[in-house]
Design a protein around this ligand. Sequence first.
Ligand code: NAG
Ligand code: NAG
Ligand code: NAG
Ligand code: NAG
Ligand code: NAG
Length: 437
Amino acid sequence: MFSTTLLPAAAIAVLFISIIVYTSPCASFGTGGFSVRLIHRDSPRSPLYDPNLTAADRTTAAVRRSISRLNYFESLMSSPMEIAPKLTPDDGEYLMFFQLGTPPVPVYAIVDTGSDLTWLQCLPCKTCYNQTQPLFDPSKSSTYKKVPCSSPSCAALEVKECTEDTKSCYYDLVYGDGTSTMGILSGDTLTFEDRFRNNVTFPNITFGCSDSTYGTFEKNQGGIVGLNRNPFSLISQLEVKQFSHCMVPPDQDDSGSRMQFGSNAVISGDMTPLAFESTYNYYLILEGISVGNDKLPIPEGIFNLTKDFEGGFIIDSGTTYTLLRREAFLVLVDALGEKIHLQQKADPSNRFPLCFVAASFDELASAPVITFHFKGADVVFPQQSTYTKAFDWLWCLAMLPSNDISILGNFQQQNFHVGFDISKKLVSFAASDCAAF
Ligand SMILES: *[C@@H]1O[C@H](CO)[C@@H](O)[C@H](O)[C@H]1NC(C)=O
Ligand SMILES: *[C@@H]1O[C@H](CO)[C@@H](O)[C@H](O)[C@H]1NC(C)=O
Ligand SMILES: *[C@@H]1O[C@H](CO)[C@@H](O)[C@H](O)[C@H]1NC(C)=O
Ligand SMILES: *[C@@H]1O[C@H](CO)[C@@H](O)[C@H](O)[C@H]1NC(C)=O
Ligand SMILES: *[C@@H]1O[C@H](CO)[C@@H](O)[C@H](O)[C@H]1NC(C)=O
């Protein structure tokens, strides 16, 4: 057995100023850009889609995932001396589609902005979960290679074993809930498509070819794509300085949801500076909230990140519902209750704190919009990304209270181009019909 060392949260502050030291010369895409299809786990196009679930079941699961992700971020930040757990990868919201190897085979993998190594199950497999997509067969890819033990990438692995006879660098990655993957550190050609569906290839992307996977993985996912800021992540390997995403609401045909990289990234609209960035997430400065034209009486600085890494406001695509510090959440709930003249009723499933009886969304279509006043950027959330259907007769504010960190979730980011300019440390918001993009 190997032991594992996970990144302590204290390292986050250091990584804020650290630079990416590991670069793969083959992976650079120069001035070009590319684009990746994102598929929401609950979209009928997703391999994780379960037709037997009701809309209410999916909402309940999304609330559970939002809260577990909040707890994860809080555990990362609040106990710097303890070992930080990695997120359970099953909690991911989006799958990324790409092709691997030569000839290319399709892979759907869960996007995890909290982890770094991209991995998938490969043949021959010792202990693998049953997946519906075919296992990747390295022997059938003419461009597949093992990463040599002598390479800096192998040396950079937290846990590894180099076997002289097979000359392979064997990794062992354990997530917070004990699920794990082990296998051979490998390189192969990754193919994405650009916005015009042309193929964009990267010849030597490092990934894990898992031959032993333990824990609860869903059979329809092919693996994990790591998108944090550590050296093994795709963002770091591709030396991406700009990216953006535009997410179509999952109840629409979400074939238009995309993540754009490099020159394809849409960085436009109002810009707000990053207050702080860790390897796991991006903090923004939220100065206030309005309902209609009225600025809410929220305590000043309530969303500030303290010196002890408490509080703060994160933008995260892996959390579904926005979570707001309770002090601000209660003020928001009061203001909406006052301005929306529909009968209020408690959510029978106890998921959302503010719900209205309404036979259809139309009854909420004239509700006052909510504006988040980020430093330099006023972001107006349309009613469609403010309320969610809890039951056929009940619509709820799609936000939850938090005791510490606040998070802008993906439900509220739908139909925006959300752009990240890592060099300039800016995040941009431009309202858009993502399905039409
Ligand atoms: C849905 O339910 C049917 C009947 O119970 C079952 O046969 C089927 O396997 C289920 N589908 C999924 C994806 O669980
Ligand atoms: C995977 O599927 C095979 C064949 O259907 C079955 O024999 C095996 O027990 C399954 N393994 C697991 C871990 O479910
Ligand atoms: C592929 O990338 C790995 C990891 O960076 C490196 O060790 C290896 O030399 C590269 N192979 C080629 C052919 O560039
Ligand atoms: C991209 O690659 C796939 C897989 O090889 C191929 O089927 C498709 O035709 C290619 N698309 C373009 C535009 O070349
Ligand atoms: C909160 O942060 C803003 C921006 O950094 C700063 O101007 C303000 O003084 C802070 N407020 C409190 C109460 O810390």
